[in-house]
Design a protein around this ligand. Structure first.
Ligand SMILES: Cc1cc2nc3c(=O)[nH]c(=O)nc-3n(C[C@H](O)[C@H](O)[C@H](O)COP(=O)(O)O)c2cc1C
Length: 201
């Protein structure tokens, strides 16, 4: 069983990636504490390292699990199609009150999995949003990503309290000092581990 974390920031190794790693660390630690860590893998896909555009609506994917655009999204198709992928956590910065264009392009391109037998159906979905402001649109952003996950017929997991991870990059102590945001991301990881364990039973 694998949980894939997608960092959808334009920047490598900044606050979005940091909170995603916090979430995945907690996921692994919680699974181990429940005695369910064996066979649980996590993998990070960092979109900042990849070059791809949004969907062209060419409908090539209506004829099979394939995409006409020969760009870096091609390498994600086998990774995400793998049956051992049990869940996807999308971490995105808040850009103009919603998800990054990287996150939107990624989600739009995943339509090919929906068009080929709802391949994400019953996979777990969790979301982390990081803003430059404490209340800069994190919850709205999370809900927008949730909408795409619901369109895939995924099972949405929150942080056990609210919507998911909500980070504040410009905390006076830096994003590493955003203890509230870190707690929400780690709580999402804990909930993902709990629900993944239930799914395995
Ligand atoms: C184009 C753009 C738009 C942004 N819009 C918002 C916004 O609406 N609300 C907010 O809180 N922060 C906004 N920010 C700040 C980012 O969300 C913040 O810097 C975030 O930490 C970026 O993630 P990173 O550290 O992984 O790069 C914006 C940043 C950019 C580049």
């Amino acid at each position: 069983m694998k949980i894939v974390g997608v960092s959808a920031s334009a920047r490598k190794n900044k606050s979005t990636r940091f909170l995603l790693e916090q979430c995945l660390d907690e996921l692994k630690e919680s699974a181990a504490a429940q005695g369910k860590g064996k066979g649980l893998e996590v993998e990070v896909i960092d979109l900042a390292a990849l070059r791809f555009h949004g969907c062209l609506a060419c409908d090539t994917c209506k004829k099979g699990v394939k995409c006409s655009q020969q760009d870096d999204f091609q390498e994600l198709i086998p990774k995400l199609a793998a049956p051992e992928v049990a869940g996807i956590i999308v971490a995105t910065p808040v850009y103009m009150g919603c998800m990054s264009s990287q996150a939107k392009a990624f989600l739009d391109r995943t339509v090919l999995f929906r068009r080929n037998g709802f391949m994400f159906k019953n996979k777990l979905g969790g979301v982390i949003a990081v803003g430059g402001s404490r209340n800069g649109g994190q919850e709205l952003t999370i809900q927008a990503v949730h909408a795409a996950m619901m369109i895939h017929d995924m099972i949405i997991v929150g942080d056990g309290d609210h919507f998911g991870g909500t980070g504040w990059a410009n905390h006076s102590d830096g994003h590493q000092g955003d203890t509230t945001g870190i707690a929400t991301a780690r709580n999402l990881g804990r909930r993902m581990a709990e629900v993944a364990a239930l799914m395995r039973e």
